[in-house]
Design a protein around this ligand. Structure first.
Ligand code: HEC
Length: 133
């Protein structure tokens, strides 16, 4: 399947550029639509999370979350459960974590969230989260 956000790459591309687009698209991990993901973030996460660096709400800032270590914001009071998780928030790990109730993914966490069951919304959200650098 051709992923939606590889189209701008391919559209109007010629010869070698066309081939390069194909080669690069998977490397960009561009499975979702970041601008739709920003709306998902607003409705699902923004009540508790800011994407601004250094701005914690009920939950820690999610600036730079993709690739970050779990429990890494120094001035945020994490639960023991999350402190002890020692995860790296790769896109795959976030996908797994956010697709189920947080208390199931990390028993004892204080993140009260039941998970995002719509896989399109989850892909869009992950694309958006990976722009937060
Ligand atoms: C009702 C509030 C609430 C909602 C809604 C919520 N979170 Fe959280 N989130 C938290 C809290 C509180 C923590 C800290 C958890 C802990 O310390 O156990 C947290 C932690 C996290 C972490 C771990 C951060 C770190 O520094 O290790 C990630 C990632 C995360 N949330 C992503 C999300 C995303 C993405 C959404 C939306 C799909 C979301 N959360 C929705 C409250 C929430």
């Amino acid at each position: 399947m051709i992923k939606s956000c590889s189209w701008p790459f391919l559209r109007g591309a010629l010869g070698a550029a066309f081939m390069l687009g194909w080669a690069l698209a998977p490397a960009l991990a561009c499975a979702g639509d970041a601008s739709a993901g920003s709306d998902v973030f607003k409705s699902e996460c923004a009540e508790c999370h800011s994407v601004k660096e250094g701005r914690n709400k009920k939950g820690p800032s999610l600036f730079g979350i993709v690739g970050r270590q779990s429990g890494a914001i120094a001035d945020y009071a994490y639960s023991d459960a999350l402190k002890q998780a020692h995860w790296t928030w790769s896109a795959d790990k976030l996908h797994e974590y956010l697709s189920q109730p947080a208390r199931q993914a990390n028993p004892g966490t204080k993140m009260k969230y039941d998970g995002l069951s719509d896989s399109k919304q989850l892909d869009d959200l992950l694309s958006y989260l990976s722009t937060l650098h």
